[in-house]
Design a protein around this ligand. Structure first.
Ligand code: ADP
Ligand code: GLC
Length: 468
């Protein structure tokens, strides 16, 4: 079997969030298990494309409505990633120093058309096409409906929904950009009188997966307008929990962290990383260190953080460090707190991969008060690095973190509210001073196996049901 993953992000090439981590890991683990798994993504203008060498394997022109663009398919001239990777280079549309902007319709539509044009030319076509999120949502439609791609219609497609909040909506003014199809089937593109690529993919893909079982169930009740569609299509939908790349996320070998450690050396290892963070960010290393890493958006409960931090820091029992960016108002509030709570609180507003690793390693607790969390990888990284997760009971967090009072290993709260968060943090502070229990929990979480092995197999079994 040959699987082609199509995605806008892939670690370490271009990462905005967890989508990149998944697409950069799953194919590697699938390649270890009897199948060949490849990735195709846009060729962006970033550090990776500047610092690596590529070979062009295909050159053609694509039509986007009445515009025409030259494009190339490039590949990396080494096998460092553990899977084969292809890039679609369309200089005018995709060679940007960002992955997403405010209007990406033309960019990602051209990307998808280029992928299909290239696939048409391949002798050895993929056995399964695996599409990730709404940016790739029109591929299952075009493969079954566009006259030009009829030769691809027998290839099964899988859609993985990493996040149903964003759906890629665009207006009918752009209908003519989609390669010609039978207008009698235009309804497949429609949801609430707009073209909705995510809804289209849910309708047209052969199978739909979400990144955790709980999120699949939640989407049937709340999916930013698509709940009835997901109920209707539920027979072909399934939740598969994400894994983590245990080669990249391994405290024993992680090159980014200050001191490597394993379970037997966790005490000194975490201490060295915590000391580094406390020194760099002027925090008290005797107090428990709580960290937040992530996008500062409503889904992550980010607007609750300033008020929660205010209440916690006033009691003077904990240190808090935040890494993230997003909503400008929230960023400003979090910046303002820095001056007020010098020595107990600090924040790095921005994106910093290396710092995130040191924070997973140096923290005592990781905060994730998410409103919506399709899977969440942070809590799984935290577990592996011996940082106890303090999370809301939702989506993938519900599927991966069990409360200590329930014979588990984390702190779980039910609501997205300042009072629930404050109470959860206080429970964590109590755990921290119970040194024996704290250490026992910390050791136990490092043994939890969230490697991709199991879920990679689940996906392979799913592909097999389609490849008859
Ligand atoms: P989402 O994809 O919704 O943002 P996930 O938990 O799936 O959430 O994945 C987030 C990924 O992005 C993790 O690898 C996390 O460490 C990383 N990340 C998020 N924000 C930052 C940041 N500001 N700097 C560095 N890494 C970040
Ligand atoms: C999305 C979700 C996140 C998930 C990630 C990878 O960005 O918000 O919860 O972990 O995709 O699947």
């Amino acid at each position: 079997m040959k699987i082609l993953h199509i995605s806008a992000e892939c670690y370490p090439i271009a990462k905005v969030g967890g989508l990149a981590d998944v697409v950069g890991a799953l194919p590697k683990y699938q390649n270890n298990q009897e199948i060949s798994s490849q990735v195709v993504m846009p060729f962006y203008d970033n550090a990776f494309t500047q610092n690596n060498r590529f070979i062009t394997i295909y050159t053609a022109k694509l039509d986007l409505g009445n515009q025409s663009f030259s494009f190339e398919i490039k590949t990396l001239n080494n096998k460092k990633l553990g899977f084969e990777i292809f890039f679609v280079a369309i200089p005018e549309l995709l060679f940007t120093d960002y992955v997403y902007s405010t209007d990406d319709t033309d960019r990602f539509l051209a990307f998808q058309i280029a992928v299909l044009d290239w696939m048409l030319s391949l002798k050895n076509k993929p056995t399964i096409v695996h599409c990730h999120d709404h940016h790739i949502g029109l591929i299952p439609f075009m493969m079954t409906q566009s006259v030009k791609y009829k030769k691809l219609q027998h290839i099964p497609t899988v859609l993985t929904i990493h996040n149903a909040q964003y759906q890629g909506w665009f207006s009918y003014d752009k209908l003519s950009l989609i390669p010609k199809f039978d207008m009698a089937n235009a309804g497949l593109l429609d949801w609430d009188q707009q073209i909705n690529p995510l809804a289209t993919a849910i309708k047209c893909a052969w199978r739909v997966t979400t990144v955790s079982p709980s999120y699949m169930e939640e989407l049937k009740k709340e999916a930013n307008g698509l709940e009835s569609l997901l109920q209707h299509e539920s027979a072909k939908c399934v939740g598969v929990l994400n894994g983590i790349d245990t080669d990249v996320w391994n405290p024993e070998t992680d090159p980014y962290i200050e001191k490597n450690y394993k379970i037997s050396s966790v005490q000194s290892g975490k201490k060295a990383n915590k000391n580094y963070l406390c020194k760099r960010f002027n925090l008290d290393n005797k107090k428990p260190l709580f960290v937040f890493i992530g996008r500062l958006v409503g889904e992550k409960g980010a607007e609750l953080l300033p008020k929660t931090f205010n209440l916690i820091i006033q009691e003077n029992k904990s240190s808090i460090l935040l890494l993230g960016s997003g909503n400008r108002e929230v960023e400003k509030e979090l910046e303002t707190l820095k001056e007020k709570y010098k020595g107990n609180y600090n924040a790095f507003i921005g994106y910093d991969e290396k710092l995130s690793h040191i924070m997973y390693a140096g923290a005592d607790f990781l905060l994730m008060p998410s409103r919506v969390e399709p899977c969440g990888l942070n809590q799984m990284y935290a577990l592996r690095y011996g940082s106890i997760p303090v999370v809301r009971n939702i989506g993938g967090l519900k599927d991966t973190v069990i409360d200590i009072d329930n014979k588990g290993f984390g702190i779980v709260h039910q609501n997205v509210s300042v009072s629930d968060m404050v109470y959860a943090i206080k429970r964590a502070e109590e755990l921290y001073i119970n040194i024996a229990k704290f250490k026992k929990v910390r050791n136990s979480i490092m043994k939890i196996n969230h490697s991709w092995d199991t879920s990679a197999k689940t996906y392979i079994n799913l592909y097999k049901t389609l490849n008859r």
